[in-house]
Design a protein around this ligand. Structure first.
Ligand code: IMP
Length: 178
C-alpha cells in the first residue's frame, strides 16, 4: 500500500498569515494590561504557536505541553496522555491554550480539565482549525482560526504518521490510490 500524499490546499500561506494576524490582535486586545501565558500543545501546534506569538503586540510568556492522543495514523484513540508537562506552574495565571485542531474534542476537554485543576486565573482555548462536524464532546473554543469540513488535513504542523508537518500550508490528505 502506498503512503497517502498531501492533496488539495485547504488553507494557503497568505490565508494563514492574515487570520493568525487577526487572532494575535484579538488576543492582545482581550489581555491588554495583562501578561497571559500561551501554552502550545505539542507537537501539532508548534508552527501555529510560533506565528501566533509573533502576531501578539503585548507582553506574554510561553510554555508547552506534549500530549499524545493519536496512535500515529489518522484515527482518534480516545486516549490522551501527557508526554511532557509544562515547565512552570500556571496557578493564578491567565492561560491561553494554543491547539492545532479540535476534532472529536476529547483531547481539549481532557486538557481543559487537567489545567483547571492547576487553578489558573482564567483559561481560554485558541485552535487554528475546528472540525466541528466530528465533535463527540461539547467543548468551548474561545478563538477559532478556520472551520473546516470533515477531511483529514496535513501540513503546517498537522501530520500523517509523523509526515508532512513541515509544509507551509494546510492540505487535505489525498487517500485515493494513484
Ligand atoms: P480530538 O481529540 O479528536 O479533538 O483530536 C485532536 C488531535 O487529533 C489534534 O490535536 C491532532 O493532533 C489530531 N488530529 C485530528 N484531526 C486531524 C487531522 O485532520 N490531521 C492531523 N491531525 C489531526
Amino acid at each position: 500500500m502506498t503512503t497517502p500524499r498531501p492533496g488539495r490546499v485547504l488553507i494557503s500561506e497568505p490565508e494563514l498569515r492574515t487570520r493568525i494576524g487577526e487572532l494575535g490582535q484579538q488576543i492582545a486586545r482581550d489581555y491588554a494590561g495583562e501578561t497571559p501565558v500561551l501554552v502550545g500543545v505539542l507537537q501539532g501546534a508548534f508552527l501555529f504557536m510560533a506565528d501566533l506569538v509573533r502576531a501578539i503586540p503585548g507582553d506574554i510568556t510561553t510554555d508547552f505541553i506534549g500530549l499524545a492522543s493519536y496512535a500515529g495514523g489518522n484515527r482518534s484513540s480516545g486516549q490522551v496522555r501527557i508526554v511532557s508537562d509544562l515547565a512552570m506552574p500556571v496557578e493564578n495565571r491567565h492561560v491561553v491554550v494554543v491547539e492545532d485542531i479540535v476534532d472529536t474534542g476529547l483531547t481539549i476537554s481532557y486538557l481543559r480539565r487537567n489545567l483547571e485543576a492547576r487553578h489558573p486565573r482564567t483559561l481560554r482555548v485558541c485552535a487554528l482549525v475546528d472540525k466541528i462536524e466530528r465533535r463527540q464532546v461539547d467543548v468551548r473554543i474561545d478563538y477559532v482560526g478556520f472551520t473546516i469540513p470533515n477531511v483529514f488535513v496535513v501540513g503546517y504542523g498537522f501530520d500523517f504518521g509523523g509526515l508532512y508537518r513541515n509544509l507551509p500550508y494546510v492540505a487535505a490528505l489525498d487517500e485515493t490510490p494513484p
